[in-house]
Design a protein around this ligand. Sequence first.
Ligand SMILES: [Zn+2]
Length: 89
Amino acid sequence: MVLGEAMMFLWGGGLLLLGIIGFFAVLLGAVARIFRFVLRIATPCGADRRTGTAAVHRPPAVVCGNPRCGHTNRVDARFCARCGVRIRG
Ligand SMILES: [Zn+2]
């Protein structure tokens, strides 16, 4: 069956394309996360200067507790901005 083979080829090609696109999406996300991480290391004191000698002992940012997320949220954030997991409160 030529038609059957063509359909199989289309399905296989589509799945392959989907896989490639998904792979690149994940790769792009990882690269963006690494880039942000490196940027944060490169500028350690830039964000802290604003708080000065305030008596708050909170860290400058709250990292999401979800191991699959790890998003860095604002200090006063109650829920993770990315995955919505409750951070505090
Ligand atoms: Zn999160």
